[in-house]
Design a protein around this ligand. Structure first.
Ligand code: GRF
Length: 223
């Protein structure tokens, strides 16, 4: 059974879609752990309710006591955070202790993980043979980076784009530019308020996250 780690940062509604798909036997893999970049992410509650082990890996813990204008020191701490994240995923801990029952995942699903995964994270994971995918609420190459939902909605209302959508893509070092695994399009509805558009996006995401993860599980299972 393909072992999945889900990375989250917030509400976890996409994690919930994966949990529900697992419970109903639709998900072709097993969610063995959830790692959150925030201790207050509601997604942690969703995981705990589903009896899925959780870990928290918070950047602010690394920045503690370092003033915002100490850029170099913070950059070094960010690199340590990245190295530790890779270690946490591969060996199960960052303090050198080894849990004999821990096994690295076959697949990482970024479901609302809001931090860029730099080469310091991605290279060790690639060397460990772990596949990573991400859910991004925009079409390939359209609105890379943050606030993609708001940016796509605004462009749609201005008539700058004729369609919107979401994608599940492989994660590479160029942000939101990995090979698309699944693309789902959304029609632009002129005059539609942002919150209504956002609801359509999330409804589509909750289907796509399961469908896209199953596609990659099929690939990983063959490796
Ligand atoms: C989703 O819209 C996802 O596309 C974006 O962040 C949101 C996560 O929502 N990256 P949730 O935490 O899964 O509810």
């Amino acid at each position: 059974m393909v072992s999945i780690t889900v990375l989250i940062s917030g509400s976890g509604s996409n994690l919930q879609a994966l949990i529900d798909a697992q419970a109903s036997g639709v998900l072709q893999g097993h969610i063995d752990q959830v790692i959150s970049s925030s201790a207050t992410a509601y997604g942690l509650t969703r995981a705990q309710n589903a009896k899925i082990p959780t870990k928290i890996h918070q950047l602010k813990n690394y920045y503690q006591g370092i003033p915002k204008d100490h850029k170099k020191e913070r950059a070094n701490k960010r690199e340590q955070f990245n190295r530790d994240l890779a270690h946490l995923i591969i060996s199960g801990s960052i303090d050198g202790t080894r849990d004999p029952n821990y096994h690295q995942p076959d697949l990482i699903v970024c479901a609302g993980w809001m931090l860029i995964l730099s080469p310091t994270v991605l290279i060790p994971l690639e060397q460990a043979g772990i596949t990573i995918i991400n859910l991004h609420p925009a079409l390939p190459g359209a609105f890379d980076g943050t606030h993609a939902i708001e940016r796509a909605h605004e462009a749609g209302q201005k008539g700058e784009i004729s369609e919107a959508g979401i994608m599940i893509h492989k994660v590479i070092t160029e942000v939101d530019r990995g090979e698309p695994v699944l693309v789902k399009k959304l029609a632009i509805q002129r005059g539609e308020p942002l919150d209504s558009y956002e609801q359509r996006v999330h409804a589509l995401e909750h289907k796509a996250i399961v469908e896209g993860t199953n596609i990659v599980i099929g690939e990983v299972a063959k490796q």
